[in-house]
Design a protein around this ligand. Structure first.
Ligand code: DOR
Length: 437
C-alpha cells in the first residue's frame, strides 16, 4: 500500500459514530502518529503539542471507522483496461472506503495462492487502501472441481466465491462449504439458477413484457438461496449471500436465520435505489446481474436492511469499458461501478428514517469486517487507524467524469446527491482528502 507519513491530527467537535463500541457522540479525536490517542467531548491540548499537529474543525461532520466494501471487481490481473488495483483502490478511498474485498473473476481467475499473492503484492505496492482477496470456489470458475481452499486461505484469501457465476452442482457446493468450514472461511454465494435465468436480460415482469426483453425471474435467485441455506445448515458452514435483490430472498434469509442457519447477506445501493423501470430507455448502464427488480422488491430490501436480515451494503463495483457497455442492450456486459456513488445513497436510508446513522455505518464497517474476519471496522484499535470523515450535508451533482475509477458505467451520473467522504485515513495517513488547506 502506498503510504504517506502517519499523521498527527486533532479533529474538533465531530460526531463520532463507532457502532461496535456503541458510540454516537460529539467529541474531539486526537490521532497521534497515526493512532487514535484519545476521543473525548473536549480535549485540552498543550500549545507545544498543538504546534505538532493538524487541527481541523469537524463541526457537522461524522467521524466513523473506515468504510469496507466487501464486494468489488478490481479486474487486475487481466482486464487492466477496465480497472486496476491502483485505480480501483483510488476510487475506493475517494468514496470513503479503506478496504475492498476483490472478487476472483479476473484473468487468470484467483483460484490459486499465486494469484492471491500477486494481488496482495500489487496492493502493497500500488494500492491506496487495504485489499482483501476473495478466492474462487472452483478451479477456473468452471463449477467442476474445487480450488485449493486451504492454499488460498494460507496465501491471504478472506473468503471464497464463484461470483459472477453460480455453482450449479449442489454436491460441489456442499463440498465447498465443508472445506471452507475447516479453514473458517465464509462461502459467498452468487445465487442464480442459470437454467431459470436462461439468458435473460432483465427482471421478468411487466416491464420486461412491455420492452420485449427476455426476463430473469426472481425465482432464479430464490431457488439457489433456498438450496444454499439448506446446504449451509447441513455443513454448518458460514454462508454469505451476495447482492440480494428480491423480496423472496430477504424472506428466505430471514426465516433461515431465525432457525439458526449461519447465514449473512449483503445488498447493493442499486437494489434499494432503482427499479426495472430504469430500463425503459434500453440504456445498458442499468444492466446488471442480478437485475434491477420492482418497487415491491426495493421496499422489501429496505425492510431487510432495517431489521438486520441484510447485514452489509456492498457496491458490487463492476467496471466495464465503453466498448462492452455502450452497445446494443442484448450484448452489453452486466455490471455498474459503485465505489464513488455508494455513500450518499446509503445516507439516503438515514434521511428516510430506515436506518439510524449507527446502523448505516455498521453495514459498511463492523458488519463486513466480522463476516470476513478482518481486524477492521472500529476506531478502537492500537493499530494505525483507518477512518472516514463524512460530510452528510454536502449536496452536489454526481459527475462520473471526475471519478478515479477507470470506467464510467455509473447509473447515477448526473443525479443530485447529498453526503460525501471528506477525508479517508488509511493506516493512519491521509489516503484521500477534499479539504483544501
Ligand atoms: O453485474 C454483474 N457484473 N454481476 C456479477 O455477478 C458479475 C459482475 C462483473 O464481474 O462484471
Amino acid at each position: 500500500m502506498q503510504r504517506g507519513k502517519s499523521g498527527n491530527f486533532l479533529f474538533r467537535n465531530g460526531r463520532v459514530i463507532d457502532p461496535l463500541q456503541g458510540m454516537d457522540a460529539l467529541a474531539d479525536v486526537l490521532i497521534w502518529e497515526g493512532r487514535v490517542a484519545e476521543i473525548r467531548p473536549r480535549l485540552e491540548i498543550s500549545r507545544e503539542r498543538l504546534a505538532e499537529l493538524q487541527e481541523m474543525d469537524m463541526t457537522g461532520k461524522w467521524i466513523v471507522p473506515g468504510l469496507i466494501d466487501m464486494h468489488v471487481h478490481l479486474r487486475e490481473p487481466g482486464e487492466e483496461y477496465k480497472e486496476t488495483i491502483a485505480s480501483g483502490t483510488r476510487a475506493a478511498v475517494a468514496g470513503g472506503y479503506v478496504a475492498v474485498a476483490c472478487m476472483p473473476n479476473t484473468r487468470p481467475v484467483n483460484d490459486s495462492a499465486t494469484v492471491t499473492r500477486f494481488i496482495l503484492e500489487r496492493a502493497e505496492r500500488e494500492g491506496a487502501c487495504h485489499v482483501l482477496p476473495v478466492g474462487a470456489i472452483s478451479k477456473g470458475l468452471q463449477g467442476e472441481s474445487l480450488s485449493e481452499i486451504g492454499e488460498l486461505r494460507a496465501a491471504g484469501a478472506v473468503a471464497v466465491t464463484d461470483d459472477g457465476r453460480p455453482i450449479m452442482d449442489s454436491l460441489l457446493m456442499r463440498r465447498a462449504l465443508e472445506y471452507a468450514r475447516i479453514f473458517d472461511l465464509p462461502v459467498i454465494s452468487h445465487a442464480e439458477d442459470s437454467r431459470l435465468s436462461h439468458g435473460g436480460l432483465m427482471n421478468e415482469g411487466t416491464v420486461s413484457t412491455m420492452l420485449g426483453l427476455r426476463g430473469i425471474p426472481s425465482a432464479a435467485e430464490e431457488v439457489m438461496i433456498a438450496r444454499d441455506l439448506i446446504l449451509a445448515e447441513l455443513a454448518q458452514c458460514r454462508l454469505h449471500i451476495a447482492h440480494v435483490s428480491t423480496a423472496g430472498s430477504v424472506r428466505l434469509i430471514r426465516q433461515a436465520r431465525e432457525r439458526g442457519v449461519p447465514v449473512t447477506a449483503e445488498t447493493a445501493p442499486h437494489y434499494f435505489t432503482l427499479t426495472d423501470e430504469a430500463l425503459m430507455g434500453f440504456d445498458p448502464v442499468f444492466k446488471v446481474n442480478p437485475p434491477l427488480r420492482t418497487e415491491d422488491d426495493v421496499q422489501a430490501i429496505k425492510r431487510g436492511l432495517r431489521d438486520g436480515t441484510l447485514d452489509a451494503i456492498a457496491t458490487d463495483h463492476a467496471p466495464h469499458s465503453v466498448l462492452e457497455k455502450d452497445t446494443e442492450f442484448e450484448f452489453a456486459a452486466n455490471g455498474m461501478i459503485g465505489l464513488e456513488s455508494a455513500l450518499p445513497l446509503i445516507l439516503d436510508l438515514v434521511r428516510a428514517d430506515i436506518l439510524t446513522p449507527s446502523e448505516a455505518i455498521a453495514k459498511v464497517s463492523c458488519n463486513p469486517a466480522r463476516i470476513l474476519g478482518v481486524p477492521l471496522g472500529t476506531l478502537q484499535t492500537r493499530e494505525p487507524v483507518n477512518l472516514t470523515v463524512i460530510d452528510p450535508d454536502k449536496t452536489y451533482i454526481l459527475d462520473a467524469g471526475q471519478f478515479e475509477s477507470k470506467s464510467r458505467n455509473c447509473p447515477f451520473h448526473g443525479r443530485h446527491m447529498q453526503g460525501q467522504a471528506l477525508m479517508t485515513l488509511v493506516k493512519g495517513s491521509i489516503a484521500y482528502s477534499r479539504i483544501t488547506p
